[in-house]
Ligand binder design. Structure first.
Ligand SMILES: Nc1ncnc2c1ncn2[C@@H]1O[C@H](COP(=O)(O)OP(=O)(O)O)[C@@H](O)[C@H]1O
Ligand SMILES: N[C@@H](CC(=O)OP(=O)(O)O)C(=O)O
Length: 595
C-alpha cells in the first residue's frame, strides 16, 4: 500500500475552515488507498505571535525556553487537525516531534535532525490512522524540545518521507507550485512543471520562501521527489526532482533578498589568515555572511566586502569593532539600503555571456550594480534597495522567464525518459546513518590552467559591468568566476574574473581597452592560478565548511585570492604552486564528511 506525506504550511491551517479542508484532503487520500502522514505547521502567523510574546516578557529569552514556547504552535495545530479528521468520521492521531521519534542535536532554534524512529508512526498507520505529525520540532538526547529553524516543517516533511520510504511528499501551500520568481512580487512569473534540486536549493537560499532550503538538501541526499501544490485546488503543481525542466535555458528562476546590508573592511593586510579573523568574529555572533568579495591586494593591502541580513548589520559592526585594530585594517564603510537580485540555472554552467546578459538588463533598466558574485549555477548582484523591484523585473524579462522554454519537459515525460533505477542500497545505507542531516561532501577538486584579470577603479555607475562583459564575450573569451567589490578608493569598485590561461593575453588586451574607454585606474593579470572547489550538499547552511577551509589554508600559509560560495560548492582561487598542498590538507580535514 502506498504511503504519502502531506505537509500543510501555516497559511493552509490558518483558521478552522482551512483546518477542516486540510483534514478532508488527507481523508480523501486515505480513501484512495494511501497510508497518510500529515505534517502540520503552526496556524497562520502563530509562530510570529509567540516570538512577540516572548520578547514582551524578556529581552533575552533563554534559547531552551524559546523552543519550548515555539513548539506549542504546532502542538495546537496537530491536535485541531486530528479533531477535525475525527469529526469527519476518519481515524487520526496527533504526535509531537518527541512522540514520533524525531531526534535532533541540542542546538536550540536551529537543531539538526539526527534520526527518526518510524516504529510508532508505522504502528498507527497499520491501525488505520491518519498520523498528524507536528512539523518544525524534535527532542534532543536529554528529552529537551528543540526546533529546526524558521520554515522547518518542510524539512520535517521531507525527512519523514525519506525514512518512511514514502511514494510522494506533497507540500501543500498557498501557491499552486514553484514560480520563476515570487508571484507576489512579480505577477508575470510562470509556474514551472519541474525544477531540479540544485536550482531549488539555490533559489530557496536566495529568498524564494516557498521552500525551506534545508528540506531540499534532504530531498537531494535521499532522492525524495517533492510535489509543491496548492492546498486549495486539486491541480498538479511543481515537481522538485533531480532533473531540470529545460536543458537549454541558461536561467530557470530569479530571486530577491530585499533587506541586505553591505560592509567593506578597508586596507586589510593581504596575508593568509586575516579574512579568517574577520569572518570568525562575525560567525561568533551567528551572523550568516554572504557575497564575500576580497579584492586582489595592492601594495600588500586588500579590501574585503560582504553582505549580511539587514537586521544583523549593527551586530556585525559591533563584532568588527573589536578586531579592527588587531588585524590592522584602515577603515570600514557600510550601506544599509541594498538588495540582492540573483538568477539561477543549471544551464548557465555551459553557456557563454549569461552574466553579460544579466548586467545589460540591469544597466538598461537604469539599475546600478554595487557588487557581483557568481558561482556555477547562480549570479548575484547587489543593487540599491529602491531599485530592487525594477531589477527583479528586468532580469526576469531578459531571460524570458515568463515563457515556457521550447524544450521544457513535464514530470511525466522526464519519468518516461529515465529508467529511474534508484540505488536503493545506497539510500538505505545513508538512512541508517545516525546523523541524517550531517554534512555530505561529494568531492574536493582543483582546476589548473586558470588566469585572473583584475580591473581597478571601475566607476560605480550604471551599465559599466554590462559594457565590460559584453566586450569580453565578443572577444570569444569564456569567463568563469566574476567578483566585484569596493576597492576603497573614491567609492570605485574593483572587478576580477577568471579565464583559461590561454586566453590571458586576449583578456588583458580587452581589459586594457575597457580600462581606457571608462577611465579606470589599472588592469592587472595573473597566470598560473588554480580553482579549488569543495563540493557537497547545502554548503551554505553547513557554515563550518567555509570556516574549516579558510582555517586550513591559513595554517598552510596559502593565500586566497578570490572566493565564490554556493549551496553546491565553495570555490577559492589560489596560486597554482600550492594547488596540490591545498587539496591534500582539505582532504585530510574533511575526511569524515567525504565518507
Ligand atoms: N519562486 C517562488 N514560487 C512560489 N512561491 C514563492 C516563490 N518565492 C517566494 N514564494 C512565496 O512563498 C509563499 C509560500 O510560502 P509560505 O507563506 O511560507 O507558505 P506556508 O505557510 O505554506 O509554509 C507564496 O505565497 C509565495 O509568495
Ligand atoms: N511554524 C514554523 C515552521 C514552519 O515551517 O512554518 P510554515 O510551514 O508556515 O512556513 C515557522 O513559522 O517558522
Amino acid at each position: 500500500m502506498s504511503l504519502i506525506v502531506q505537509k500543510f504550511g501555516g497559511t493552509s491551517v490558518a483558521d478552522p475552515e482551512k483546518i477542516r479542508a486540510a483534514a478532508r484532503r488527507a481523508i480523501r487520500a486515505q480513501k484512495q488507498g494511501h497510508r497518510v502522514v500529515m505534517v502540520v505547521s503552526a496556524m497562520g502567523k502563530q509562530t510570529d505571535e509567540l516570538l512577540r510574546l516572548a520578547s514582551a516578557v524578556s529581552d533575552k529569552p533563554p534559547a531552551r525556553e524559546m523552543d519550548m514556547l515555539l513548539s506549542t504552535g504546532e502542538q495546537t495545530s496537530v491536535a485541531l487537525v486530528a479533531m477535525a479528521i475525527d469529526d469527519l468520521g476518519a481515524k487520526a492521531v496527533s504526535l509531537t516531534g518527541g512522540q514520533f521519534g524525531m531526534k535532533t542535536d541540542n542546538s536550540y532554534s536551529k537543531a539538526r535532525i539526527r534520526s527518526i524512529d518510524t516504529g510508532r508512526i508505522e504502528k498507527h498507520l497499520d491501525e488505520g490512522h491518519i498520523v498528524v505529525a507536528a512539523g518544525f520540532q524534535g527532542i534532543d538526547d536529554d528529552l529537551n524540545i528543540t526546533t529546526l529553524g524558521r520554515g522547518g516543517s518542510d524539512t520535517t516533511a521531507v525527512a519523514l518521507a525519506a525514512v518512511l520510504g514514502a511514494d510522494a511528499c506533497e507540500i501543500n501551500t498557498d501557491v499552486d507550485g514553484v514560480y520563476t520568481t515570487d508571484p507576489r512580487l512579480l505577477p508575470e512569473a510562470r509556474r514551472v512543471d519541474v525544477i531540479s534540486y540544485d536550482e531549488m536549493l539555490e533559489l530557496a537560499s536566495l529568498g524564494a520562501g516557498v521552500m525551506h532550503s534545508r528540506s531540499i538538501e534532504f530531498a537531494k541526499k535521499f532522492g525524495v521527489p517533492i510535489h509543491v501544490r496548492s492546498s486549495f485546488s486539486d491541480r498538479d503543481g511543481t515537481m522538485i526532482v533531480a532533473q531540470p525542466e529545460s536543458e537549454s535555458s541558461p536561467v530557470s528562476g530569479a530571486a530577491l533578498t530585499k533587506d541586505e546590508a553591505r560592509i567593506t573592511v578597508l586596507g586589510v593586510p593581504d596575508v593568509p589568515g586575516i579574512s579568517q579573523t574577520v569572518f570568525s568574529a562575525i560567525a561568533e555572533k551567528k551572523v550568516a555572511v554572504d557575497m564575500v568579495v576580497q579584492n586582489i591586494g595592492v601594495e600588500g593591502k586588500a579590501d574585503v566586502s560582504f553582505t549580511v541580513p539587514g537586521d544583523e548589520l549593527e551586530l556585525t559592526l559591533s563584532a568588527l569593532d573589536s578586531i579592527m585594530e588587531k588585524i590592522g585594517a584602515t577603515g570600514l564603510t557600510h550601506d544599509a539600503d541594498v538588495s540582492k537580485v540573483s538568477v539561477v540555472g543549471l544551464g548557465m554552467a555551459s553557456q557563454k555571456s549569461v552574466a553579460a546578459r544579466m548586467f545589460r538588463a540591469l544597466g538598461d533598466a537604469g539599475v546600478n550594480i554595487h557588487m557581483i558574485t557568481t558561482s556555477e549555477i547562480k549570479i548575484s548582484a547587489l543593487v540599491p534597495r529602491d531599485q530592487a523591484a525594477t531589477a527583479l523585473r528586468a532580469v526576469h524579462e531578459a531571460f524570458e522567464l515568463h515563457e515556457r522554454p521550447a524544450d521544457a519537459k513535464t514530470w511525466a515525460a522526464i519519468q518516461a525518459d529515465s529508467s529511474r533505477e534508484a540505488d536503493v542500497d545506497d539510500v538505505v545505507a545513508r538512512l541508517q546513518n545516525d546523523a541524517l542531516e550531517a554534512l555530505t561532501l561529494t568531492g574536493i577538486s582543483i582546476v589548473e590552467g586558470q588566469a585572473r584579470v583584475t580591473l581597478d577603479g571601475v566607476p560605480d555607475q550604471v551599465g559599466v559591468a554590462a559594457d565590460m562583459f559584453e566586450e569580453i564575450g565578443r572577444a570569444g573569451i569564456f569567463v568563469d568566476m566574476i567578483i566585484q567589490g569596493y576597492d576603497g578608493v573614491d567609492g570605485s569598485t574593483s572587478v576580477s574574473f577568471t579565464i583559461h590561461d590561454n586566453d590571458l593575453d586576449a583578456g588583458l588586451k580587452v581589459a586594457k581597452s575597457i580600462c581606457e574607454a571608462h577611465s579606470m585606474r589599472d588592469v592587472r593579470g595573473a597566470a598560473g592560478i588554480t580553482k579549488l572547489s569543495v563540493s557537497g550538499i547545502g554548503l551554505r547552511s553547513h557554515t563550518q565548511v567555509g570556516t574549516v577551509l579558510f582555517e586550513q589554508l591559513a595554517d598552510a600559509k596559502i593565500n586566497v585570492e578570490m572566493i565564490a560560495t554556493s549551496e553546491l560548492q565553495v570555490n577559492v582561487v589560489i596560486d597554482s604552486k600550492r594547488g596540490d598542498d591545498a587539496k591534500k590538507c582539505l582532504q585530510a580535514a574533511f575526511a569524515d564528511a567525504l565518507g
